[in-house]
Ligand binder design. Structure first.
Ligand code: PEP
Ligand code: MG
Length: 759
């Protein structure tokens, strides 16, 4: 049964479109279970906006009924499965009170019925049904088979459905839905043109692109094939003495494939249709890999991965350097789209041309979203339905508030979106009027507003006017932009720029916080569970070489300025703090011994793991200041990976547990008279800022793009009001209630435009 299941799933995934996929499915299920009928119903919205089910594929019922048989969830047995979201297994269906006969389906009198829901990440997509003329009770194995199949198919159906919609949109037909849903990443609405960011290691992400000079493209492809072939024979020869011939058979197989035959010929045929070589090869590789995947023999099946590997090698030759887009060829309004857009990819686009970001993976608290907020451009994250490879060059509209992406919206919708884009410009213009004004409440409380940064380009004249200093400099960002660890002198120069720009205002440099979703290409760390693994201070303490170099660079950069503060990330216990402090002291004494007059700056600690919340007393005694990292604190308190779009909706920094942890930290820090700030994204969220002010927070540090929005909130409330909002928030039982209540307060103050598209 398992083998059968695997093959069905593979065939369905390989089908060219949703209808073909479902047709394959119903046909194969009838065979596997030996039943009269197998049908798939998918959920849609009826004209009156009610959920309904429509017959989309069948084997055994009338083909003309496809698309015609509709039912609400309260109708018939299929509706019953959808309503209950659980399997219904009946040996005599017509006897069931919910039985309804659909004559247009040509159902005749089918006795037995087994229906299972098709659910993808909590969302009901449809119902899979098998029916049998004779009375028969399906056994447990059959039920389990259908449930497993439905679960596996849910992803394929989602993907195929989305792709289908995109094709329709591109061909100018009306899609079933005009947008794709993701998670809000960075506020704003913008129209731009898609540029796909991809890495050669990811064949799926290679986009289609039209070529004009076809002979030149074929030549380029052949050159890349020859280069890979040469490389492989060199490696093969060098392994001769150490690896037995049978282990090296793969190289011979690769060499044969690269010498000629269908892999090469099929790719050339595809190039001749006008697609560029990387995408032509991508399609050929997938086709060949699929043939292997379909094989019965497990050994041969595994060869599919070898073929993909070969494809990746050739694609990376094709893409290396020559395909990096020259700065002047980016569209004027570039929206960077990718499977997982990285900081380096963002930095690769000329800043004046980058207007938005869309990423298939990640959520609003991923570092890509944080960077987008710093760059003040809208971002939508976790758009898992986006067919990245097919939309290069297309017009796209993104709504960073609602987390929606529109590709080729129809005329009416486009007009509405253009209106929203214009209104957004007005909101931004209104906010810009606050640049020179202080962040003072109506009752004269002055909140200090600091910036989070990491990109040197963030530190511009406008930010210098807006921020009271830098509350979080993520030093890993300049590390990510390089191809090796920057040396002491290079780091000193980077840090000096930030310290000098803001002096005498404080600049908090955080020591390297890599690991989790922040990787360095030149320092690969592969872990099953990276957010609970080797990250932040843990790496620094295991690599005193890297840590001490960094501290020395910071201390030297601070000479003559004395506005440096050092912040330690991801500390969970006292021994880490002690070790880190002693390494800082060692760097300090070393420099003094070398005759370099440097000061020992204030040392602070981030509260971002739950253990640190409950260590606030001892920690506060030993450090000079504290800074709450609400991004990680939320992730670890709620056990929700901040980077995983599947659980993105559970990630909520306004969750009552997060709010009470923050309050606990503020109170603990105050007992020891130590300043406490917050540098997680909650501080830059207009809703969060109001609650935090109510908690007694006196300074907030946020992405550059959030400063004016937060300033607007502060200037429109009194501290008394903020305290009242906070006290009510703390009595609420879930984050959505807190959100609703604070949104209502902002709306009452006329500030709704800060948190949603339009004015
Ligand atoms: C945080 O975790 O809240 C934080 C500010 O650090 P980062 O987002 O860089 O992990
Ligand atoms: Mg953090």
């Amino acid at each position: 049964m398992l083998e059968f299941l695997r093959r069905i799933v593979q065939e369905v995934s390989a089908a060219p479109n949703l209808n073909a996929a479902l047709q394959v499915l119903v046909h194969r299920v009838c065979e596997a279970l030996n039943v009269t009928v197998c049908s798939v119903y998918l959920t849609t919205q009826s004209a009156d906006n009610e959920d309904e089910l429509v017959l989309l594929a069948t084997q055994g019922l009338k083909a003309e009924a496809i698309g015609k048989v509709h039912m609400h969830f309260n109708e018939g047995l299929v509706g019953f499965v959808a309503q209950r979201e659980e399997p219904i297994n009946l040996d005599n269906a017509p006897n069931h009170p919910r039985y309804k006969f659909f004559s247009e389906a040509g159902e005749e009198k089918l006795k037995s019925f087994l229906g299972v829901p098709i659910i993808n990440y909590g969302k009901l997509l449809g119902v899979l049904v098998v029916q049998q003329r004779e009375q028969r009770r399906f056994n447990d194995d059959h039920v389990a088979f259908l449930i497993t199949l439905a679960a596996q198919l849910a992803g394929a159906i989602t993907q195929a459905g989305a792709t289908e919609d995109i094709y329709k949109l591109i061909r100018g037909e009306k899609p079933s839905k005009q947008y794709m849903e993701g998670l809000p990443g960075s506020p704003g609405v913008v129209i731009g043109q898609v540029v796909v960011a991809y890495s050669p290691a990811d064949l799926d992400a290679v986009p289609d692109r039209t070529v004009n000079d076809i002979p030149a493209e074929i030549q380029r492809f052949e050159k890349a094939v020859n280069a890979v072939s040469d490389e492989m024979s060199v490696v093969n020869r060098s392994l001769e003495s150490v690896v037995p011939a049978e282990e090296r058979a793969l190289f011979d197989a690769f060499a044969m494939m690269l010498e000629g035959g269908s892999l090469i010929d099929d790719t050339i045929i595809r190039i001749k249709t006008g697609n560029w070589a990387p995408a032509a090869l991508r399609d050929t590789i997938f086709e060949h890999a699929r043939i292997f995947e379909d094989m019965q023999d497990a050994y041969l099946r595994d060869r599919a991965e070898d073929i993909r590997d070969l494809g990746r090698r050739v694609v990376s030759k094709l893409l290396y350097k020559s395909d990096e887009i020259p700065a002047d060829q980016y569209p004027e309004k570039t929206v960077l789209v990718g499977e997982a857009v990285s900081a380096a990819q963002l930095a690769g686009v000329p800043p004046e041309k980058l207007v938005g970001v869309v990423s298939v993976h990640g959520s609003g608290s991923s570092h890509t979203a944080i960077l987008a907020r710093a760059m003040q451009i809208p971002a939508v994250m976790g758009v898992s339905d986006l067919p990245v490879g097919r939309i290069d060059g297309q017009e796209i509209v993104i709504d960073g508030y609602g987390g929606r992406v529109y590709v080729h919206p129809d005329k009416t919708l486009r007009k509405e979106l253009v209106r929203l884009v214009e209104e957004e410009k007005q909101v931004t213009a209104d906010l810009n009027e606050l640049i020179e004004l202080p962040a003072v409440t109506k009752d004269d409380f002055r909140m200090a507003l600091f910036a989070n940064t990491g990109l040197q380009s963030d530190i511009n004249p406008s930010l210098l006017k807006q921020a009271d200093g830098i509350g979080l400099y993520r030093t890993e960002v300049p590390f990510q932009m390089r191809e090796q660890f920057p040396g002491e002198d290079e780091q000193e120069q980077i840090y000096r720029e930030a310290l000098e720009a803001f002096a005498p205002r404080p600049v908090v440099l955080r020591t390297l916080d890599i690991g989790g979703d922040k990787m360095l290409n030149y320092f690969p760390v592969k872990e099953e569970n990276p957010f609970l693994g080797w990250r932040g201070i843990r790496i620094s303490l295991d690599h005193p070489d890297i840590f001490i170099t960094q501290i020395r660079a910071m201390l030297k950069a601070n000479r003559g300025l004395d506005n440096l503060q050092i912040l330690l990330p991801m500390v969970s216990g006292m021994s880490e703090l002690r070790q880190a402090m002693s390494l800082v002291q060692r760097a300090h004494s070393e420099l003094l011994e070398e005759g370099c007059k440097v000061m020992l700056p204030p040392i602070g600690l981030m509260i971002e793991v739950p253990a640190a919340v409950y260590m606030i007393g001892p920690f506060a005694k030993h450090v000079d200041f504290l800074s709450i990292g609400s991004n990680d604190l939320t992730q670890y308190l709620l056990a929700v990976d901040r980077n995983n779009e599947r659980v993105g909706k559970l990630y909520d920094a306004l969750h009552p547990s997060v709010l009470s942890a923050i309050l606990h930290v503020i109170q603990g820090a105050h007992i020891h008279n130590k300043p406490v700030s917050i540098c997680g994204e909650l501080a830059g969220n207009p809703l969060g800022a109001l609650v935090l002010m109510g908690m007694g927070m006196q300074s907030l540090s946020m992405s550059a793009g959030s400063i004016l929005r937060v300033k607007k909130v502060i200037r429109n409330f009194t501290r008394e009001q903020a305290i009242d909002v906070m006290s009510r928030a703390l009595t609420m039982e879930d984050g959505s209630m807190v959100r609703e209540m604070v949104i209502e307060e902002l709306d009452k103050a006329g500030l709704g435009g800060l948190i949603r598209a339009g004015k």
